[in-house]
Design a protein around this ligand. Sequence first.
Ligand SMILES: [Zn+2]
Length: 217
Amino acid sequence: MTRALCLTCRKAKLTCYCQDLEKFTSNPQFIILLHPKESRKAINTGRMAFLQLNNALLLTGSSFDEHELFQQLIRDPQKRCFLLFPGPEALDISDCKHNPPKAGQQDVFIILDATWAMAKKMYRLSRCLQELPQLMFRPQQPSQFVIRQQPHLDCFSTIETIHHIIEVMGTHPAGEHHRLMKVFRDMVQKQINFELRHSPESSLPHDRADRFALHND
Ligand SMILES: [Zn+2]
């Protein structure tokens, strides 16, 4: 049986979340660099964030030195670009908050949407990424992405990372960014329900089933 896919979110029609999206324009602006392997996964939270942000960009690739649009963006004098990537020189996001960009400049945060192993490879293969100032953060609580198989950067999914950055930067006092987490949580729940329904003998690992119970509280 082939499942009809939504062409926007690339999810099966049953788990499509497009009707739940409420777009907003974020500050900082986000550029999501999606590893091709990540784009083939059943759930891609980078795409989910991209679909909710009017001004985000989603670029697919494993190396970006030859990527014309990306090169233009990082050279644009009206943008102050940072790469979210841990390292000895990396600033904490809160440092960035206390050091605002020059007048007329827009902060742009670049996020690698990939597992940690793939992200390190993207970084190694792209000199342009190595030349960007780096930012990092320490999550205060564990990821809610209970169905992910492999660890992401800081074990946070891309959408949780974006939500956390906006929260720390304090740039959306009206709280538009919380919509990101609402759609994310609903999607995780839908996907777990879907998987449980389609695995009658519960082939899901125990911890997933346990966490599912927690989510129903
Ligand atoms: Zn959809």
